[in-house]
Design a protein around this ligand. Structure first.
Ligand code: NAD
Length: 470
């Protein structure tokens, strides 16, 4: 019995978590993480880590997801390099206090907003872009001068252990720690008091994170998912649209991406043309048998494979497949699959797909798509393909989502001047570029007064005459 108990005990329990936080608080108290020099040196070390270990990172991503090297380079390595460089460029300026105007009420005075680190923060990341989603929030936390723990996803174990190794070699381990583990380890971390928790993953666990944070009044950033819709109008360049749709669905980790196209909404008349164009380009991209293409990631786990199979095998859905449908359970591969008009109450139309299945919903009039989208939970991203200026204007005005992108998929997250985050069910708070610095920074309000101009009318005894003077 005693040995069984020993077996069940997670390697990293509450005691270990508490001692980790204590150590990080001691480091933070030395004030070393606050200096520009420390922040910049850690960010430069991160850049060096990425540059020195590009091939190790690609190997880990191949092992976890059979992610093609090209995709790993573009969507994880190169994105992080740009993120680090952008933040290093702005950091000194962002750290400066910002002078603000004063008012007659406080006259004479001066005022400023002083950015200060929050303290000791926790970053919990997801498996689908396991390197990028771990390191990008860490860049923000370091830039803002915090000490931190990163908890990568156990579902991408090769990347998780690479992160432990490389962070240990390149970064200041007294302030930046990686804790590996699954639910027990994450739960032990969540018991602790943090100054911010930054979580990427699904909304169910997002609620667990938010509830744990609430016990300590800890602020949270929740980077969640949802069903990202793509409206395709008929006034488009069909070939470019088809290529971008394929790139933004199957070219993004075979659909296992939070900003991937979940489903398409187009008109009944236009759907056959769009499907033909997609079929043509799919064959160009992934060949006649996509199950053996090396340019398609595999499904991350047998659990996720079973989930996607369930969506596809539902009786009311199986007859709706107009392209693909092939699967190989042993290799965890699913071919690009298109479905036409799956019933509204089917699982595939109600759960985030997060894989290579693409349902197409048809409407009589393209503007109906706005009310369809707005009748559902707010997505992380919504997309529109059109040349029509009026339609673009209506889309931007009427559709609520974390972010909108017109005539492409996912590319909005590559602009560091735009905040990246969700709204409603797709999350709260945002990051990227300066927003990453802001999310881990407290903006401290400071008002300076001197001893002159002390108005007696402020003080008791309160008389009607004094009130008139104020
Ligand atoms: P996941 O299974 O890797 O879980 C995310 C993290 O939560 C992991 O570190 C995991 O250890 C931890 N976790 C899991 N269960 C837990 C529990 N019960 N208690 C405490 N911690 C727990 O990833 P996932 O959730 O499958 O990721 C996919 C989801 O994430 C999708 O919904 C996707 O849209 C979303 N996502 C969002 C973004 C974004 O930037 N907004 C990016 C990637 C993925």
């Amino acid at each position: 019995m005693a040995s069984e108990d020993k077996k069940k005990k997670p390697a990293f329990d509450c005691e270990a978590a508490s001692s980790t936080v204590k150590d990080l608080r001691a480091t933070f108290a030395t004030e070393k993480t606050r200096s520009y020099e420390w922040r910049a040196s850690q960010l430069k070390s991160l850049l060096k880590l990425i540059n020195d270990h590009e091939s190790d990172i690609i190997d880990a991503l191949r092992s976890d997801l059979s992610k093609p090297a090209h995709e790993a380079f573009v969507s994880e390595i190169s994105m992080l390099r740009s993120s680090c460089e952008f933040i290093l460029k702005g950091l000194k300026r962002w750290m400066m206090p910002e002078k603000v105007k004063t008012t007659i009420t406080t006259f004479p005075s001066s005022a400023e907003i002083v950015p200060e680190p929050l303290g000791v923060v926790l970053v919990i990341s997801a498996w689908n872009y396991p390197f990028y989603l771990s390191v990008d929030p860490v860049i923000g936390a370091i830039a803002a001068g915090n000490a931190l723990v990163l908890k990568p996803s156990e579902i991408a174990p090769a990347t998780s252990s690479l992160l432990v190794k490389l962070f240990g070699e390149y970064l200041d381990s007294s302030a930046i720690k990686v804790v590996e583990g699954a639910v027990p380890e994450t739960s032990a971390l969540l018991e602790q008091k943090w100054d911010k928790i930054f979580y990427t993953g699904n909304g169910k666990v997002g609620r667990i994170v938010a509830a744990a944070a609430a016990k300590h009044l800890t602020p949270v950033a929740l980077e969640l998912g949802g069903k990202c819709p793509v409206i395709v109008d008929s006034d488009i360049n069909l070939t470019v649209t088809a290529r971008r749709l394929i790139g933004g669905k199957w070219g993004l980790n075979n659909g296992q991406a939070c900003v991937s196209a979940d489903h398409i909404i187009t008109t009944k008349d236009f759907a056959p043309k769009l499907i033909d164009a997609l079929k043509l380009e799919l064959e160009q991209f992934f060949g006649k048998d996509p199950l053996i293409s090396e340019d398609l990631s595999r499904i991350v786990s047998s659990n996720h494979f079973a989930h996607l199979s369930k969506l596809l095998d539902e009786d009311k859905v199986s007859g709706k497949i107009v392209h693909g449908g092939g699967r190989n359970k042993d290799d965890l591969k699913i071919a690009p699959t298109i479905l036409l008009d799956a019933p509204e109450d089917s699982l595939i139309m109600n759960e985030e797909i997060f894989g290579p299945l693409l349902p197409i919903v048809t409407v009589d009039n393209i503007e109906e798509s706005f009310s369809i989208i707005n009748s559902k939970e707010k997505p992380l991203a919504a997309y529109l393909f059109t040349n029509n200026k009026t339609l673009k204007g209506k889309f931007v005005k009427n559709v609520s989502a974390g972010g909108l992108l017109i005539n492409d998929i996912a590319l909005h997250l590559a602009n560091p001047n735009l905040p990246f985050g969700g709204v409603g069910e797709s999350g709260m708070d945002a990051y990227h570029g300066k927003f990453s610095f802001d999310t881990f920074t407290h903006k401290k309000a400071v008002l300076y007064r001197s001893f002159v101009g002390d108005a007696p009318a402020r003080y008791p005894p309160y008389t009607p005459g004094k009130l008139r003077l104020l």
